[in-house]
Ligand binder design. Structure first.
Ligand code: GUN
Ligand code: ZN
Length: 441
């Protein structure tokens, strides 16, 4: 592992972070052309213009100078699947057909050695793409979640994760859990991992199609017993999926209402996709404080539809952003920002880079109710950050030379950048990815 924990270290570069939700306060960001970020024992201890900070900085404090780079808070992926490493880029189907093809592969994650090896690969790829924290789905097997938490703990990453609960409508030949095993296995994982260091547990009913009423009651029971758990699930992703949910739960007035009925909405609930929502749904999401998490790379790949950014703004609901890897064909939140921009454009909404970076940093921290600890460089926050290279490819370097304002610089990065633009990724002040050193964790 590169870098070091503890001590004081200063980083010099352009520095950008968002201070509030730009949908309602478009100037709530700070861009320091020549800035210094000081990190002490894994936390932000100072931030400012280089000319102001340098004279006050003791000569003993090492300064790493990243030239032609922008430091931003680490990226948060609000929706990602650990057990889909071998099933990314599967040709041909939309959601329901695609799930039948890919879910059987999740079986192998009950083998601890397979899960352990893949957890290293998975989190390594996240770091290579600048993602320092995430809300992740395991497979139904608790071994998958044990492996992911163990690896995240080793790296000291902020991870929210859970095992999927699914007791019906799974593809043939795969293990079906029951409301009892879903409850017991989740509980075991909660006791082992929830609130341990930087880790937290999310109750994870896969989606309403794959959970009976009894399974959703198990989820509800867990949440009653541990009210500060997270909840993550899929909602209104695909129109055939929505139809099927309404057939399975005829007494419920909408797909969202299924989760509402079982008490699963609230300030720590992340609702993946949420594409086909009605105004009434948006209203209810607002009332419950739940978080919507569009995943544009997946929503394009599966042809699921376009997240309604304008409605989300009008109703004042919290929004984060994800990749939904492995329906999403990328780990890169820069790519997800790009596709979010295009999704919004198709609906006449211009998603600014400030808003896109907000969704990926402070918006994500707010989605986890962790914005007192993460999401920007306010004093005392955890020092998870990314160094983005403004010259990562010859053309990007050339185009960047013609970008002058913060808006232009950030927009070029999100439209032309990808994993090559991630020069370094720091977690709790510790360098875990160094593109040029070809470091391995
Ligand atoms: N709905 C239920 N499970 C899944 C999944 O694994 N991926 C996506 N995109 N949608 C789902
Ligand atoms: Zn998903």
């Amino acid at each position: 592992m590169g870098g070091k924990i503890g001590g004081k270290q200063a980083y010099r570069a352009s520095i950008f972070h968002v201070l509030d939700d730009p949908r309602y306060n478009k100037d709530a960001y700070e861009f320091l052309e020549d800035g210094i970020l000081v990190v002490e024992n894994g936390k932000v201890s100072a931030l400012g213009h280089a000319e102001a900070i340098l004279p006050a900085l003791s000569a003993e404090i090492p300064i790493i100078h990243y030239r032609n780079a922008v430091i931003t808070p680490g990226f948060f992926d609000g929706h990602i699947h650990f057990p889909q490493l071998t099933t990314v880029a599967v040709y041909g189907e939309q959601l329901l057909g695609w799930l039948n093809e890919i879910i059987p592969e999740e079986e192998v994650y009950q083998q601890p050695e397979v899960s352990a090896e893949r957890a290293r690969l998975f989190l390594g790829e996240c770091l290579r793409n600048g993602t320092t924290s995430m809300a992740a789905y395991g497979s139904w097997a608790k071994q998958s979640v044990d492996a992911l938490f163990s690896e995240a703990e080793r790296l000291n990453m902020r991870l929210v994760a859970g095992k999927v609960m699914a007791d019906r409508n799974m593809p043939e030949g795969i293990s079906i859990t029951s409301p009892e095993t879903d409850y017991n296995d989740s509980l075991e994982l909660i006791k082992r991992w929830h609130s341990r260091g930087r880790l937290a547990y999310a109750i994870t009913p896969r989606f309403a199609i794959s959970s009976t009423a009894a399974d959703l009651e198990s989820a509800q029971k867990l949440l009653k017993e541990y009210p500060n758990l997270y909840v993550q699930t899929h909602l209104c992703e695909n129109s055939n999926e929505v139809k099927w949910v309404l057939e399975l739960f005829p007494e419920r007035k909408s797909y969202l209402d299924v989760y509402d009925h079982y008490g699963l909405l609230g300030g720590r609930t992340i609702l993946g996709h949420s594409i086909h929502l009605t105004d009434e749904d948006f209203q209810r999401v607002k009332e419950t404080g739940s978080v919507l998490c569009p995943n544009p790379p997946s929503n394009m790949f599966l042809g699921s539809g376009l997240f309604k950014f304008q409605k989300a703004k009008d109703f004042g609901v919290k929004v984060a952003l994800g990749t939904d890897f492995g329906a999403g064909n990328t780990f890169s939140m820069l790519r997800s920002m790009e596709e979010a921009y295009k999704t919004a454009q198709l609906q006449g909404y211009s998603l600014s880079p400030f808003e896109a970076f907000y969704l990926t940093t402070l918006g994500g921290a707010r989605a986890l109710a962790m914005d007192d600890k993460l999401g920007n460089f306010e004093f005392g926050k955890e020092a998870d950050f990314v160094v983005l290279d403004k010259q990562s490819t010859p053309f990007l370097a050339w185009r960047m030379d013609h970008a002058k304002t913060p808006l232009e610089i950030l927009f070029v990065l999100m439209m032309l950048g990808d994993d090559r633009a991630v020069k370094a990724t720091y977690v709790y002040g510790n360098k875990l990815h160094d593109r040029d050193a070809h470091s391995s964790n």
